[in-house]
Design a protein. Structure first.
Length: 211
């Protein structure tokens, strides 16, 4: 089996921590650290199945399916992203996902999209353009997030636009890693911190300075 390119997604600010865990576990070589993501290439002798899903500092881990240039801000750019679906080698992706502990067959399609900067299109425009194209190639159903959360059994895809690149990813696990059982328990430190009030903590002891 050839080397695979993977992308670990995380909370902004934890990128170096995720990269350090990838290296410490010997999962591969870091190829890029960007906004909320760490890209790495695994060794030609792939890591044991299931090990990728054990990354504790990552919110999710994906296979790199396809990438191209960022489409810019024009509304027409969202439709052009369907080309990412055409560039993905679906047979290889299915085989790699199965090896790393995911489901074998790629069943129904659901897509989540995000981008940096202001655009003249919405995330739903991106998701629908790519989702319909993927579903057509695979001969399966597509669930649009305009209608709410996807039903169980749909393969999770993600599209990101960072100002330079448009990237299509395929989730390895059936659900995002941040939904692991231990992350859903009420244990201190497992939730993302909320923003504090503007006076806290340096004004906490002096009520007169609060607005």
């Amino acid at each position: 089996m050839t080397a695979a390119s993977l992308v670990a997604r995380c909370v902004h600010g934890l990128e170096p921590t995720v990269a350090a865990e990838v290296l410490r576990r010997g999962l591969g070589v870091i190829t890029h650290i960007g906004h909320r993501e760490v890209r790495f290439r695994v060794a030609r002798s792939p890591a044991p199945p299931g090990l990728i899903g054990d990354l504790r500092t990552a919110d999710d881990v994906f296979l790199l399916a396809a990438q191209g240039s960022d489409v810019g801000v024009s509304r027409k750019g969202a439709a052009a992203l369907a080309g990412l679906a055409g560039a993905a080698d679906l047979a290889v992706l299915a085989r790699l996902r199965r090896h790393y502990g995911g489901l074998g067959a790629i069943t129904g399609v659901e897509v989540s999209a995000s981008f940096l900067g202001r655009r003249n299109f919405t995330r739903y425009d991106v998701e629908d353009a790519v989702g319909h194209a993927l579903a057509a190639r695979l001969g399966v159903a597509y669930h649009s997030r305009r209608g709410g959360a996807p039903p169980p059994g749909h393969s999770g895809w993600r599209v990101t636009l960072d100002g330079e690149r448009a990237t299509l990813l395929l989730r390895i696990a059936e659900r995002p890693l941040h939904r692991r059982a231990y992350k859903r328990r009420s244990v201190p430190g497992t939730m993302h911190p909320r923003s504090p009030p503007p006076w806290w903590p340096w004004q906490a002891l002096n009520p007169a300075t609060r607005s």
